[in-house]
Write a protein that binds this ligand. Structure first.
Ligand code: ISE
Length: 336
């Protein structure tokens, strides 16, 4: 049994505790941590009364009853917890983003490489979604030729007033940034952002929707419509146009309902439902791989590549220009 400690008992943290307790084989939650008493108690209530509770992440990381840690705090707190868990030699599952700056990502990468152990898996759950996996397989088969264009939409029904124009990149498009890089197996080299007419449903400070454009080394062009106040649902689409065919991602299957001279089918309304099975699969994979001490999911290096791509998109939001994406260092052989 892998003894897991979960740092962060907010919405996502509690969702992961529930998943580990109820639907993951080979893991048990032995400790939880949160600075906020109320959240800590909610975490313990899901994990079970035998679980230890800590106000401080370091105390959880260094607890002998914890073999592996889940980092589900807000992004700005990831770096310290990551470095501390690497020092303790503990296996890590870290929710996206790895860190909030590319520089901090490199510090974490260098610490992991120096430790000589593959410890970090990053929570980019879309790589475990059945729809994306089917497209990945189709591209890999070679039957459709090389990918040329990728069309994506990332629509949320609504966001809180605290959501900013930059968060459309760091919080939302970050999923396409990672999953498309993985799908087409190519690195991004440039980024641009277009601002269409703003919806009346957005808060006054927020530019919504946005169209994010990315180009890869081999020339594949990606367009991502990010529309976070679309009102109608949590709607994720992806179509890869290849030399000899176009691959459109399947949607979750719900029945067509005929009523009142109309045919209707359901659209999910949040990421927890839309990616329920993908979250379960990524966490089960991380637990199952622990015995062999390997990381088969997204690595810290993937987190760094996502961070430099996101930074270029944020620069592009401000400059209106095409911004270059270039890693500050080569990929360490450790991650090959
Ligand atoms: C949120 O943090 C997520 O990760 C969701 O998947 C995304 O759709 C949403 O826009 C983000 O705010």
């Amino acid at each position: 049994m892998l003894k897991v400690g979960v740092i962060g008992c907010g919405g996502m943290g509690r969702d992961h505790i529930k998943r580990l307790v109820e639907r993951t084989q080979g893991a048990t939650v032995t400790a939880v941590a949160d600075m906020v008493d109320q959240l800590l108690d909610q975490g313990v209530a899901i994990a079970g009364s035998g679980c230890k509770k800590f106000k401080n992440a370091d105390d959880l990381i260094n607890c002998p009853d914890v073999d592996a840690v889940f980092i589900v705090t807000p992004g700005f707190a990831h770096k310290d917890a990551l470095l501390s868990a690497i020092r303790a030699g503990k296996r890590i599952f870290c929710e996206k983003p790895l860190c909030t700056t590319a520089e901090d990502c490199l510090e974490v990468i260098n610490a992991e490489v120096k430790s000589g152990k593959h410890l970090i898996q990053l929570g980019f759950m879309r790589r475990y979604d059945k729809g994306y996996l089917q497209i990945k397989e189709a591209i890999k088969s070679g039957e459709y030729g090389a990918p040329l264009i990728v069309h994506c939409t990332h629509r949320n029904p609504l966001v809180p007033d605290s959501y900013t124009t930059e968060m459309a990149v760091h919080d939302t498009a970050i999923h396409e940034i990672d999953v498309i890089h993985w799908l087409v197996d190519d690195d991004f080299v440039s980024a641009q952002v277009l601002f269409p007419r703003v919806t009346g449903a957005a808060a006054a400070h927020l530019k919504d929707p946005q169209i994010m454009l990315l180009r890869t080394k081999s020339g594949i062009c990606v367009d991502d419509e990010v529309f976070v106040n679309c009102k109608f649902g949590y709607d994720i689409n992806c179509e890869v146009v290849c030399e000899d065919g176009a691959l459109k991602m399947a949607q979750p299957s719900y029945p067509d309902v005929r009523k009142g001279a109309k045919v209707a089918t359901m659209i999910d309304t949040d990421c927890f439902v839309r990616f329920h099975d993908a979250y379960d699969a990524e966490v089960q994979g991380w637990v199952s791989d622990a015995a062999a001490g390997v990381i088969n999911g997204p690595t810290a290096w993937d987190g760094y590549l996502a961070a430099i791509t996101a930074d270029a998109l944020v620069r592009a939001q401000k400059s209106g220009a095409i911004e270059e994406i270039k890693p500050a260092q080569e990929k360490p052989a450790f991650y090959n």
